[in-house]
Design a protein around this ligand. Structure first.
Ligand code: B3K
Ligand code: ZN
Length: 881
């Protein structure tokens, strides 16, 4: 592993390389423990670079076998090679030359899953961000674009398939039981997009005709026997390809597009040019093994990686500080795709829930950073919710500000200007400015400033003057390294609602630029005056979550209920309900001492039950409305001195009260949502299952009995219903025979299917309460668990640490001690996954003092360990602050 050298990278130090690599020709002689890599680079000095500048190539744990300059072996005095660097001197001043670098690597010993490694006997690669340097010495940075030709040689029996980027060129037999294949990718690309896969896999094939009539072969490779489970992914791929043509005018650009699913993968998937490599969790689905959420994730991730072909691959990043140029933008694109394929408001609710659950805490804690950071010590730690999700929100705001047409014009200009280049955030913004003749300079601060802006609002209505005055004040909380903050351009969509729910008319507005329903906040304080408003309206603010901010707006419960009932924007209705529910939960937490029962505000019960019963609303929306804010949501809103047990108790009581009072309605819904149709993963059917599942949840709480859930478990004919019932049993009726039996039956049925067993691990790891820790430890000892597989680690340890507030934050600190042990144990194997696990502790300073002290001890125990990877060192240092 790379251990910390204290090196810090700064955006301001960016300089182009002294050399340009026009072409790369790679030969892989694949063998499990000793793979030879021969890399022939066609190089030239960059015009203007110093004529005596040496060529300095990156490496990571490499072993140089030979080096040649042109046709001749390089003389010893012309180069120095360490595992981390190859420096070559006395190179030609202006003409093109070749350098041939031979290395030997051991894919079987690669437990980091970066570079070339083996997953269930399949050779595969992961190069983003800096994995290519673990294969061969290279200018391993995103602004070095080269044309790649790749030759692979392997045992025919072991690896009948030999795949790389681009189009296939040639293949044949080598005798001795070995064979070869050559692939060529005509599109210049950075090294992080290189990929190779070699192994024995099953395939599903299809084809797609592009908008200009070009045929494209589509292939998805999976483990033999699992081909049928790739059908949904293939369908999602074709829909993605069509959508990108229709909505962004982007066409695919090779003869073939391939996806390979592997079972050992550090993240979700990777957009290598023409050869995406996926975590099999995000490819494989059928009704028996995948939940509706799995289907939705597969659709979104297949789309995301495909969309990278234009936003990431054709236009890549100049340096890793610009990561959100490709990630934020591509997330925005996949969000829009899913919204078009499914229900737009329901999708938006899910996005906002995720943003608030992951990005808001990141932005409020020690790991806060802007979407475009200016410094890092380990780039792997910057694949964050801020870069991805906030990055997407920033793009969404550009669209809100410029409108649909202005946005599209800006995107078109961006593609036209920068195709084939490595670009920056400034280039991106400039395209929108130039295409729209707009000034986005204040808006661009969103990319450069960390922290979630807060907007305080107070309202004054003067009935005599028929005038409504809204006072706005914006502020951005301090974040690490950013003591002072700049004023931001915050686009707030809003509506003024009359008593009957219609939009109130206004004669004139002063104090802010308003376009359509968008109010632009640009000053610290703004007083916005609406004239001609005779009756006090209800102000619905931040419709559609147009800006990723927190609102301090003391609306009455009646106003929130009014929004929940009458807003024409469905997202805003949910937001009204959710804000109301959060307020009730926070209040209940304040009161929750001992087990004195707390009742829910009747107005909230009515609003929830009415929404649940409203047949005019789509089931998926009603399911969202009925899902109370999570314990983590409540903790985040409270912000400090958190006692997770108090939140849990309070939320349980409120949920039970709502369940009891709405029981009749929940029973009706539960029964009405059975439609007897055969399973279909489409959004409508999924919505009905979701509503039925929430209804079952509430009904079981009302009945205080696991019988109904156990029956649903027995009757389930799909994984959504089955795992929903299982988690209801395990979380709400733990230690009952029903819960135990269901767990056993589930394990027995799916023992041979690790992806499904992951759900079984997660359900147990997220069971509330202090006893879960010992359960997690016991599960680690079973055959179902392995520290070497990231999916298992995330399903068990990750779910426990990030998804079980009362279990992980046990008052005695044992949860933190456990996490510290696991992080240090895993660091030696897979630093990236270890560092990611550790981020579960990022909000430790918001805990009450006793837990805080335990958390601090656990963090310090990690910090004292030697050696530590750069990944874990960086997270632990910043988390401690
Ligand atoms: N670009 C990859 C993520 C790579 C993470 C490297 N640590 C997947 C994606 O965002 O599409
Ligand atoms: Zn991405």
């Amino acid at each position: 592993m790379r251990t910390d050298t204290g090196q810090v990278f700064h955006l301001e130090d960016y300089r182009p390389t002294d050399f340009i690599i026009d072409a790369v020709s790679l030969t892989f002689r694949l063998a499990p423990q000793a793979t030879r890599v021969i890399s022939q680079l066609t190089l030239r000095r960059r015009p203007g670079a110093a004529s005596d500048a040496p060529l300095v190539l990156d490496g990571d744990g490499l072993n140089l076998v030979s080096l040649a300059i042109g046709d001749a072996p390089a003389e010893k005095q012309r180069y120095t090679a360490t595992p981390e660097m190859l420096t070559v001197h006395d190179l030609p001043e202006s003409e093109t030359f070749t350098l041939t670098v031979e290395t030997e690597i051991d894919p079987s010993a690669n437990s980091q899953l970066m570079g070339l490694y083996r997953s269930s006997g399949v050779y595969c690669t992961q190069c983003e961000a800096e994995g290519f340097r673990r294969i061969t010495y290279f200018l391993d940075r995103p602004d070095v674009l080269s044309v790649y030709t790749v030759r692979m040689e392997a045992e025919t029996k072991d690896a009948p398939l030999l795949l790389s980027n681009g189009n296939p060129v040639e293949s044949g037999d080598l005798g001795n039981g070995r064979h070869f294949a050559v692939w060529h990718d005509p599109h210049p690309k950075p090294s992080y997009l290189f990929a190779l896969v070699a192994g024995d896999l099953g395939v599903v094939e299809d084809e797609f005709t592009t908008m200009t009539g070009k045929p494209v072969v589509l292939k998805i490779f999976v483990e033999h026997g699992k081909e049928a489970r790739a059908a949904y992914a293939m369908d999602a791929l074709k829909r993605s390809m069509r959508w990108d043509e229709e909505v962004f005018g982007r066409e695919y650009d090779l003869d073939i597009f391939q996806i390979v699913a592997v079972s050992d993968f550090n993240m979700g998937a990777m957009e290598n040019k023409g050869l995406n490599v996926f975590n099999d969790k995000y490819v494989l689905a059928d009704p028996d093994t995948a939940t509706d959420q799995d289907y939705a994730n597969i659709e979104a991730i297949i789309a995301h990686e495909y969309f990278h072909n234009w936003t990431g691959n054709r236009i890549t990043c100049r340096d890793w500080f610009q990561l959100c140029l490709k990630e934020g933008l591509t997330v925005y694109r996949d969000h829009e795709f899913s919204a078009d394929q499914r229900s737009r408001p329901v999708k938006r609710i899910a996005e906002v829930r995720l943003l608030k659950a992951h990005q808001f805490p990141e932005d409020a804690g020690p790991l806060a950073h802007p979407p475009r950071p200016v410094t890092y010590s380990e780039i792997n730690n910057f694949y964050t919710a801020t870069v991805y999700e906030k990055g997407s929100e920033v793009v969404r705001m550009i669209r809100t500000i410029l409108g649909a047409d202005g946005f599209r014009k800006g995107m078109d200009l961006y593609f036209e200007r920068h195709d084939g280049e490595a670009a920056t955030i400034e280039d991106f913004i400039k395209a929108f400015e130039d295409a729209n003749d707009a000034d986005l300079s204040q808006f661009a601060i969103w990319y450069r400033q960390a922290g979630t802006p807060a907007v305080s609002v107070s309202l004054h209505h003067d009935a005599n003057a028929a005038r409504l005055t809204a006072e706005f004040e914006q502020s951005v909380p301090q974040t690490p390294g950013e003591p002072t903050k700049k004023l931001m351009h915050i686009p707030l969509r809003f509506a003024l609602l009359d008593e009957d729910g219609s939009e109130a008319a206004t004669d004139a507005v002063k104090g802010a630029r308003i376009e359509g329903d968008v109010l632009h906040l640009t000053e610290r304080r703004q007083s916005v005056v609406f004239e001609g408003v005779a009756r006090r309206p209800v102000l619905s603010l931040n419709r559609g979550f147009s800006a990723p901010i927190t609102l301090n707006f003391q609306q009455t419960s009646e106003d929130l209920a009014h929004i929940a009932r009458h807003e024409s924007d469905a997202f805003a209705r949910w937001q009204g309900l959710n804000d109301f529910a959060l307020r009730v939960l926070i209040e209940a937490t304040r009161q929750a001492d001992g087990n004195k029962p707390i009742a829910c505000d009747p107005l909230l019960v009515t609003a929830l039950v009415e929404t649940a019963a409203d047949d005019r609303l789509e089931p998926a929306f009603r399911a969202q409305a009925l899902t109370l804010p999570s314990e983590a949501d409540v903790a985040r809103e409270i912000g400090n001195n958190i006692d997770p047990d108090a939140i849990h108790r309070a939320r349980d009581m409120i949920a039970a009260d709502i369940a009891k009072k709405g029981a009749d309605v929940f029973r009706t819904i539960f029964e009405a949502m059975y439609d007897g149709r055969t399973f279909s993963p489409d959004a409508d059917s999924a919505g009905r299952r979701a509503l039925r599942s929430v209804a079952l949840h509430h009904l079981s709480l009302a009945e205080g009995d696991p019988a109904r859930a156990f029956q649903a478990f027995g009757k389930a004919d799909n994984m959504t219903d089955l795992s929903g019932a299982l988690s209801l049993l395990v979380h709400h009726f733990p230690e009952t025979p029903a819960a135990r039996e269901a767990l056993e039956a589930f394990e027995k049925r799916f023992a041979a299917d690790p992806l499904v067993i992951d759900k079984w691990l997660t359900v147990q790891a997220t069971s509330p309460g202090p006893a879960t820790l010992s359960r997690v430890k016991a599960l680690m000892e079973t055959r179902h668990f392995s520290l070497s597989n990231p999916n298992r680690v995330r399903a068990l340890i990750g779910a426990f640490a990030a998804g079980n507030p009362t279990g992980f934050n046990r008052a005695d600190g044992a949860g933190y001690v456990f996490l510290a042990e696991q992080v240090t144990a895993l660091d030696g194997k897979n630093p990236q996954v270890a560092a990611r696990l550790l981020t579960a502790m990022r909000s430790w300073r918001s805990l009450e003092p006793v837990r805080q002290a335990h958390a601090s001890d656990a963090l310090r125990s990690i910090a004292q360990k030697e050696p530590l990877s750069t990944d874990v060192r960086d997270i632990v240092k910043r988390t401690l602050g």
